[in-house]
Design a binder for this molecule. Structure first.
Ligand code: ADP
Ligand code: MG
Length: 305
């Protein structure tokens, strides 16, 4: 089902915490990412203008009360199954783009479109894991299902599958203070994964982690986004400050500048799954240099603006 919301207009009603998800979806959420040979290679190659868009912003402007222009004029089309990173200096509007795509915010002008199945919600992962500190990992991951009225029996299978998929099966009874930063972020990903999202919105989720943990979580994220049952991979919009992370994960890196605009795009033409060996290739180094250069040019343009 396609939906669009215009400035001060209609939200689509399929997105947001109060959206009802039929319980058959909850029950069928078991084993996300687990049904495909992990060694199978796949390419996205979906960023062509003719590929169906999962998400899009057309001439979007967002001015916050008080007059701050978060997005000046952003047009961005994300194809179904595409993995796109947004990179840019603080304050250039990256989080605003994600909030608009999620339906948590509305544009001042312009159009946002989403193509999601009825009742589906994007998996939204924030920089802060935002776990309930008093509740176990299992209770935290159950939360989205509880909010949709699932009972204990209905929650058990999907929650176990999500915990397994992020490598937290043995920590289900731990509380957040007993977890490392990486484990907290895994719990946060499991909480999104429990709804079986095929669209992920991730706002600097690994920014506070050390490099080795970040690499491991990059790998976990790619495995969660793999094609299921021979279908498309999940669609992902990933905000980061790291050039290396953006190139490693994405099919396309979109570079933003202030105030709120897209200044460049770099295509990352390398097949998935990607692993540590990809980071050691000349192609990876060349792409990182190209993205760094685009980022540099964005800052220079801004300084001269
Ligand atoms: P980024 O994620 O790239 O750092 P944001 O999207 O968070 O940028 O913010 C873009 C701009 O909008 C910044 O200047 C920020 O200070 C401002 N901004 C963000 N949220 C609000 C808000 N709720 N009210 C007013 N200004 C905001
Ligand atoms: Mg931000």
């Amino acid at each position: 089902m396609s939906s669009a919301c215009r400035a001060s207009g209609i939200t689509d009603g399929t997105i947001g915490l109060r959206a009802r998800v039929p319980l058959h979806r909850v029950e069928s959420a078991g084993g996300p990412g687990a049904r495909v040979d992990p060694r199978a290679r796949y390419s996205r190659h979906v960023s062509s203008p003719t590929a169906p868009a999962a998400l899009s912003l057309a001439q979007v402007r967002r001015v916050y009360p008080g007059g701050r222009v978060a997005l000046a004029d952003v047009t961005l089309r994300i194809a179904a199954g595409e993995f796109v990173s947004l990179l840019g200096p603080s304050g250039c509007g990256k989080s605003t783009v994600l909030r608009l795509l999620s339906g948590l915010d509305l544009p001042t002008s312009g159009t946002i479109s989403r193509d999601l199945p009825d009742g589906a919600v994007p998996g939204y992962v924030f920089q802060d894991a935002a776990l309930m500190p008093w509740a176990s990992v299992r209770r935290n991951v159950e939360l989205p299902l509880m909010l949709r009225g699932a009972n204990a029996q209905q929650m058990r299978g999907p929650v176990d599958a999500a915990l397994r998929a992020v490598g937290l099966a043995d920590s289900a009874d731990a509380v957040p203070r007993e977890l490392s930063g990486g484990m907290k972020m895994r719990a946060s990903m499991a909480r999104a994964l429990v709804m079986s999202p095929r669209v992920w919105l991730l706002d600097e989720p690994f920014g506070a982690l050390d490099e080795i943990t970040r690499f491991a979580l990059n790998q976990t994220l790619l495995s969660l986004c793999k094609p299921l049952d021979g279908g498309k991979p999940a669609t992902a919009v990933f905000v980061t400050h790291s050039v290396y992370e953006a190139v490693f994960l994405s099919e396309r890196v979109v570079v933003m500048g202030r105030p709120g605009r897209i200044v460049d795009e770099v295509a990352v033409d390398a097949p998935y799954p990607r692993d540590a060996a990809f980071r050691a290739t000349p192609k990876f180094a060349a792409l990182c240099a190209q993205v760094s250069d685009a980022l540099q040019r964005a800052s220079v343009a801004e300084a001269g603006a």
